[in-house]
Design a protein around this ligand. Structure first.
Ligand code: GDP
Length: 429
């Protein structure tokens, strides 16, 4: 069976923890989009890890971890991460890399930096990992697939030269930066070839066989619905689709094979980068939630930058779950809210004097003001609880209130960062 694990919001919902947890009963874990621009933090018996490109299933010896064709593959970053994980005592994971995955080129990273510099105050708040230039080139049909590293030398050199004509014009005239040398780039690609060679695979064929054998497969998403280029808060979005539907494309499987969509929602909101964030809070209130949040504060796993904080947003989450095609909600980081006397929840948006519970397009979103409903807190530590009935009544009320507002079943409640900090509430493995 294929399950997708995706985010309902702006990312950082705790997908890594849920993937690591569900990987226990899975055979294959695939990353299907995004790149090294965002991170998943995972805490397990080997320690604490911030993964960027490695799938979150690498901590078991029974799993195969796959980089799907939809991923932006930064080869040196990928292998640095792999070596770091191994150096911390994790057994060498079984890894496959799609022959159709495209490569983040050194110039993608440069262009990302140069463009943010050029835009100054109007920048997108990019992590400067080269993701936007990478996907632009992919769809402009000048990207490099992993398989091309193994083809004819003359053809590869010819393509490099062709692409560099365009890149060097921009470097010289738009950014006023040093030009790229074709031979140097070819040599870099040959280094990349040596690194990926043992792992390259026809992934869609491999998965076809695995599905015929009844294997359990997880598709691991990065970021969340609101960062999707089509359905998110465009243009403050990422450059590849964050939706479960794209899992079929970014892994190379039929869409109807995805039987479960586990959408991860955090019990409060956080966001990185610019863009409308209706339930955002500020000042001391935000700082306290930021410091207490996650497993050691809400700070970016890739950049370390402080995340913007807010109350749970039912409007955004209902929409986020709908676009994902949610079958199950995993409701995470509930333990963090135990310090609050009262917990505001955003239940509507007021736009031009009218209240709506439907998430609007970006131009309307910028005008939206939050309508808050305040629920009583539970004022205690809920970590360690394993049965739903054992949660304090106000905590259950908070969960059930949100479940009703978003309209999708919360079948898992995460009350701590560890693998076993989970309360099942009707989730069928
Ligand atoms: P992802 O990108 O969706 O995987 O999310 P991140 O890893 O960026 O952020 C989630 C953070 O919350 C991580 O630091 C996790 O260790 C932590 N986390 C996940 N679930 C829980 C939970 O239930 N309770 C607490 N306290 N922390 C959690």
């Amino acid at each position: 069976m294929v399950k997708a694990i995706v985010g309902a919001n702006w990312g950082d919902e705790g997908k890594g923890k849920i993937t690591d947890m569900l990987a226990q009963d899975s055979d294959i874990i695939i990353r299907f989009q995004g790149g090294a621009n965002a991170g998943h933090t995972i805490i397990n018996n080997y320690g604490k890890f911030a993964l960027h490109t490695l799938p979150s299933g690498i901590f078991y010896d029974h799993t195969t971890s796959i980089v799907g064709n939809g991923v932006a593959l930064n080869i040196p970053v990928f292998f640095d991460e792999l070596n770091e994980v191994i150096s911390k005592g994790v057994p060498k994971p079984k890894i496959l890399i799609s022959d159709r995955a495209q490569i983040v080129m050194p110039y993608h990273i440069l262009f990302d930096q140069y463009e943010e510099e050029r835009l100054g105050g109007k920048s997108f708040g990019s992590t400067k990992s080269g993701i936007a230039p990478f996907y632009s080139d992919k769809y402009a049909k000048i990207g490099f697939q992993v398989s091309e590293l193994f083809e004819d030398e003359a053809e590869l050199r010819e393509k490099i030269e062709r692409v560099l004509v365009q890149k060097n014009v921009l470097l010289e005239h738009l950014y006023h930066k040093p030009l790229i040398d074709a031979d140097e780039l070819y040599n870099t690609l040959m280094e990349y070839k040596g690194m990926v060679a043992p792992y390259v695979c026809n992934v869609s064929l491999y998965l076809d066989q695995a599905m015929k054998e009844g294997k359990n497969i997880l598709l691991e998403g990065q970021l969340g619905t609101l960062k999707d280029p089509d359905h998110g808060i465009y243009p403050m979005v990422t450059s590849s689709s964050t939706l479960a539907a794209y899992g079929a494309i970014g892994a190379g499987i039929p869409p109807y094979e995805i039987k479960k969509v586990v959408t991860v929602c955090k019990a409060y909101s956080s966001a990185v980068g610019a863009g409308a964030f209706v339930s955002e809070i500020f000042g001391d209130e935000a700082e306290e939630l930021r410091v207490r949040g996650g497993d050691g504060g809400e700070f970016g796993a890739t950049t370390g930058r402080p995340r913007r904080m807010g109350w749970f947003d039912c409007v955004a989450s209902k929409y986020g779950c709908r676009l994902q095609g949610t079958t199950d909600v995993a409701f995470t980081v509930v333990d963090v809210l135990g310090y609050l006397d009262e917990i505001p929840v955003c239940t509507g948006y007021e736009i031009d004097g009218k209240v709506t519970t439907e998430f609007p397009v970006t131009t309307q979103l910028e005008k939206a003001k939050p309508v808050l409903t305040v629920l009583p807190g539970w004022k205690c530590d809920i970590r360690g609880i394993r049965k739903y009935e054992d949660l304090p009544e106000n905590c259950r009320n908070y969960i059930e209130f949100i479940e009703k507002e978003i309209g999708y079943p919360i079948t898992m409640i995460s009350n701590g960062p560890g693998r076993d900090d989970i309360i099942y509430r009707g989730f069928e493995k």
